[in-house]
Design a protein around this ligand. Structure first.
Ligand code: GLY
Length: 345
């Protein structure tokens, strides 16, 4: 049977028969009161978001304060300051926010020189009649609101970029450090860093209102001007105050082509649990991945996308296309990592 013709139950069953999806569904976590979820790199962010909410903050401000910790962390290579640069060695950031109670969104893309793109995205939401500002326009807007322009390329990120540049090809004149006997100096650099990173964070505050943020430096060494899923409402995040919220990390191109965060929230509106809704989005991407260059030998997506979701009742879960992983959650029991569901082992 062609994968695209299978219904969802057949797809999961067939995947399991083929040896994939062996640990599909970890226990669902649910919380009463404030709760925040994030990607694995957001353990500090969810703890901070819940702290802010308990002190009376709106969920939007709480999640932004939470992810600011990661945006300013020089050791996270996938977000904000210290993020890996584009192919020209320039850090370009994408971020979006969405505020459940007003249904408003704000976003920035290809933003250079501003450490906290999520704060600029919030200003787009609060102080413009637009949703998305890009590149120089986004930077000028941030400067107008008092942000200073900084060099976001840390010494370590620059060295990784130089190593990438020098080992990209043996048909150019850049050379990595080498000895007199070395011959092939153009082998692709061993990927000892996350090629796709990002942080997503969503939360429910004391009023039961939901808000979300996603922020990233995007794909490492991307073509300058490339924009991923993170700043695109409906892809990198989506939030509906009556239903729940969802967000993503991973291969942005696959998510952009499937509008997955909107899909997840709509599936929850139809009655899916957050976990089922996230798995549904993973299946949709798998079904829509037709190109051999994006598939492994079994015809499965050879890349990963991860989704994180919570519903109005405080149930939280995440799912990804490939392999076991964890996400972050914080509630009245504190901050911790929990297991995510996945489609293929
Ligand atoms: N998901 C982040 C990106 O693709 O840029």
């Amino acid at each position: 049977m062609k994968k695209s013709l299978m219904n969802r139950r057949d797809f999961i069953r067939n995947s399991a028969v083929a040896g994939a999806a062996t640990a599909l569904r970890p226990k669902i976590h649910s919380a009463t009161g404030p709760v925040a979820i994030a990607s694995r790199n957001g353990l500090g962010a969810v703890a901070r978001a819940v702290e802010e909410i308990n002190a009376g903050a709106d969920a939007l401000d709480a999640v932004i304060t939470g992810v600011n910790l990661v945006e300013e962390d020089p050791n996270d290579r996938t977000v904000g300051y210290g993020g890996l640069p584009n192919a020209d060695g320039v850090v370009e950031l994408d971020s979006a926010v969405m505020h459940g109670p007003t249904g408003r969104a704000g976003a920035v893309a290809s933003l250079q020189g501003i450490k906290y793109p999520s704060k600029v995205a919030r200003l787009v939401l609060q102080r413009t009649d637009h949703v998305l500002l890009v590149a120089k326009g986004a930077q000028d807007f941030a400067r107008m609101h008092g942000f200073s322009i900084e060099n976001l390329l840390t010494g370590e990120a620059r060295e990784i970029w130089v190593r990438w540049r020098e080992t990209l090809s043996n048909r150019d004149d850049y050379l990595p450090p080498h000895g007199p006997d070395d011959v092939d100096l153009g082998q692709a650099m061993k990927r000892s860093y996350e090629h796709w990173g990002t942080i997503h964070c969503s939360a429910i505050d004391l009023q039961g209102n939901i808000s979300s943020v996603t922020t990233t430096s995007g794909l490492a060494f991307k073509i300058p001007g490339r924009v991923g899923d993170s700043p695109i409402i409906g892809a990198g995040l989506y939030c509906d105050n009556e239903v729940g919220a969802a967000g993503s990390t991973g291969r942005g191109e696959a998510n952009l082509e499937n509008c997955s965060s909107f899909l997840i929230v709509e599936r929850m509106r139809m009655g899916d649990s957050p976990q089922d809704a996230c798995l549904y989005a993973c299946e949709r991407i798998a079904q829509n991945t037709h190109l051999a260059r994006l598939q492994n030998q079994a015809g499965e997506p050879a890349f990963n996308v991860s989704f994180y979701a919570l519903n109005k009742a405080g149930e939280v879960a995440g799912a990804r296309i490939r392999g076991a992983a964890q996400m972050s959650v914080a509630d009245k029991n504190g901050a911790r990592h929990i297991d995510m569901a996945y489609l293929y082992a």
